[in-house]
Design a protein around this ligand. Structure first.
Ligand SMILES: [Zn+2]
Length: 369
């Protein structure tokens, strides 16, 4: 009797234990599945848990995955994803590059999310230009942009009587996000040109760091300042926008208004459509080339359209600029800072650009006093 009862209890214990084990395995499989699913979503968003070192495209896609060990029982908690390396912002990686990637010249990705292969340096002194802020090392671009800047400088001098261009930021040697300023300027197709004409002498390196550009706006920022804004500025912007490969010229809305008023009447107004109003851009204007023809991997912008932008669109900008300030309510909680772009969020080929061996300088560094 006693033996039978013991045998029954043993059988029951074994059954319960076996049931628990089966349950544990099922829960383990399910939680593992969820963990993997969550990880795949993260990877699809480009937010990998670790930043892969620069590598070739091939090895990047065959890199081993780091699966999470699942929980082993009903009460087990899936451990958080361990970061094996801190996330490095792409701006840190591209901002550290001193030399271009010696590859075929290509603008890869989008103006605000990409990089530059085969970058060419704008000489710091040219027949009709001088590059500014040399310490930033941002006078690099796609060869098509550098050629357009050089042509623009020479033609503005000979045809418009403009003394010469002071050229601000273009791109870093390998493009990419920058440590300071600029969301765009990443693929070597954007350049900032000062509204201030070039002085009639070669600036020293220190002067190129310290010299300030002159604002074109009158106090209140609703109109240009007639003391500094001249008909020559209209000719200069018209010339930049007139080049077939220039897709956009960005200026402050008040400058766009001055251009609309200062431009000749139709039919010579098609260029105005390329001149786009945007905040800032009253110390310098910004020229942007479209993706060079036949270049794969360069993501174009939508075309600007046929409208000169001097009517309704400009009116809307002025409504915004003259709107009374909103009544101050309770202070809003500060928005969390936007995380910086990671290498994984840029086109995969940008890893190749970053990893490319540095070659001898493309151009001889010019001596600046
Ligand atoms: Zn710019």
């Amino acid at each position: 009797m006693q033996r039978t009862r013991m045998a029954r209890r043993w059988t029951r214990d074994v059954s319960v234990w076996a049931l628990l084990m089966v349950g544990a395995v099922i829960v383990g499989l399910v939680t593992h599945g969820h963990a993997q699913e969550a990880k795949d979503v993260l990877e699809a968003d480009g937010a990998r848990e670790e930043v892969a070192p620069p590598m070739s495209v091939e090895s990047a896609t065959t890199a081993p995955r780091h699966d999470i060990v699942p929980g082993t029982g009903p009460d087990a908690v899936v451990p958080p994803i361990k970061r094996t390396a801190p996330i490095v912002a792409a701006k840190t990686l591209f901002g550290a590059q001193q030399k271009p990637a010696p590859l075929v010249a290509r603008s890869i990705g989008f103006y605000s999310k990409g990089c530059l292969a085969g970058g060419v340096q704008l000489p710091v002194n040219g027949p009709a230009w001088q590059a500014m802020r040399l310490s930033r090392n941002r006078n690099w671009g796609h060869p098509a942009l550098i050629a357009t800047i050089e042509r623009f400088a020479v033609e503005a001098r000979t045809l418009d009587g403009w003394a010469g261009l002071l050229v601000g930021d273009i791109s870093q040697p390998r493009g990419g996000p920058m440590l300071t300023g600029h969301a765009s300027h990443q693929i070597g197709l954007d350049a900032d040109i000062w509204f201030t004409p070039m002085p009639g002498r070669e600036l020293t390196r220190q002067e190129r760091e310290d010299m300030s550009a002159v604002s074109m706006l009158a106090p209140g920022h609703l109109a240009v300042d007639p003391k500094v804004w001249t008909p020559q500025h209209v000719s200069l912007i018209k010339r930049a926008a007139g080049y077939a490969d220039v897709e956009r010229v960005l200026v402050h809305p008040a400058i766009k208004k001055a251009l609309c008023e200062g431009a000749a009447p139709a039919p010579d107004r098609a260029w105005l459509g390329k001149v786009r109003p945007v905040w800032g851009h009253f110390y310098h204007f910004h020229i942007r080339l479209g993706c060079p023809k036949g270049l794969t991997g360069c993501q174009p912008q939508p075309p600007t359209g046929a409208d000169d932008g001097c009517g309704k669109e400009l009116d809307e900008w002025y409504l915004r600029m003259t709107a009374p300030p909103k009544p101050a309510g309770p202070p809003a909680p500060p928005e969390p800072p936007k995380p910086p772009l990671t290498l994984e969020q840029l086109p995969t080929e940008c890893r190749v650009v970053l990893a490319a061996e540095t070659a001898a300088p493309v151009t001889k560094p010019a001596k600046v006093k």
